[in-house]
Ligand binder design. Sequence first.
Ligand code: SF4
Ligand code: SF4
Length: 411
Amino acid sequence: MQYRKDPRSGNQLSQLGFGCMRFSDNLASSFGLSLKKNTFDEKKIENLLVEAVDKGINYFDTAYLYAGSEEFLGATLKKYGLRDKVYIATKLPTMFAKKAEDLDKYFDIELERLQTDHIDYYLFHMLSDMDSWNALCSWGVKEWIAGKKASGQIRQIGFSFHGAQDVFLKLLDAYDWDFVQIQYNYSDENFQAGTTGLKAAAAKGIPVMIMEPLLGGRLATGLPEKAVKRFAQEAKDITPGAWGLNWVWNHPEVTVVLSGMNEEAQLEENVRTADAAVPGMLTDSDLAVYDDVRKIFNDSYKIHCTGCHYCMPCPAGVNIPGCFSAYNTWNAISKSTGSMQYGMTTLLSGDPAYAGLCKKCGACEKKCPQHLPIRENLEEVRNAMEGTRFGAMKVAARLFMHKGRRKKGRD
Ligand code: SF4
Ligand code: SF4
């Protein structure tokens, strides 16, 4: 494993960090506040976490909002006596904090869940506008941070960001942060904080942690065939996922790249890639390949949804990320595969969840870190995917589901 120095604290951090949001492939169930019971394969994830430490990963990123994640990480680190070998990053649910007392309330819950007496890297989750920061300040957040640091309960303080670049620069200047966490990948280096934000943070001498380096996995496994071929044409033995991570590690301003890993093969490949990645390693010819792939990707993927599920649940029952994923498949892979995926996701996975159900209340758009015009995008999905054939599928699905429920009732 290669380590990059946190210039603020001097900590040596593994350049590959373990993102603990995606313990399960089923994000709809791994991300939900009401969820009490873990729906992921606990033994598998436990082994993976232990193996990750064994392979040199020492930075683990979780959040209050990732259901079951803090508890599971805390319990696993304790069980194997690993707490002192790793840095824990977790996040205060900024969007839930409504008064000064909430800071302590959530922080204390997080310490308890993680079975620890301190957080190494503590973030204000999705602090992406000045109003939220001003509200925190009006509750005395600066004094609160100073107190927590003096007591040793918080070692480094930062924020994760999903807003516009100019806001990022303002937030960066608004406080003497110890680190920041931004979204960054080759699909669009000017999106959100972007390269400008990355360089501005690094210029302040603070580490920058990167989330969504593979855009929710789409740059690893969801690339159009033409893009996969373009990568392979350049180097057969490097996977699209490794290409994606290498692009981020190529930047000397980057400290830790977070990857949500829930399969051993993924962990092994990422560690292998991290072992070899160094800043400035990409050649002009490599960078030209990214230009080609970026163009293919952006032309074929209509909606840049990462599948994070922050927008869910929808009061009208729409499976927002499911609709977008099927629509992207429809555009990027094939119309028949996309239609089938759309039917499976929105008609056969429980209650109807298709785009046409949207009541346009706009609640989802306020929560989307990618700032997608979700209502407009759902309209686009509805127009493309919900034609006559979909109408027939709806009738068939109604009969099928109804029959299934009656049968289940008898059983
Ligand atoms: S705008 Fe539509 S999709 Fe979004 S929460 Fe409202 S009903 Fe659901
Ligand atoms: S629409 Fe936005 S909030 Fe919802 S899953 Fe996609 S990126 Fe996440």
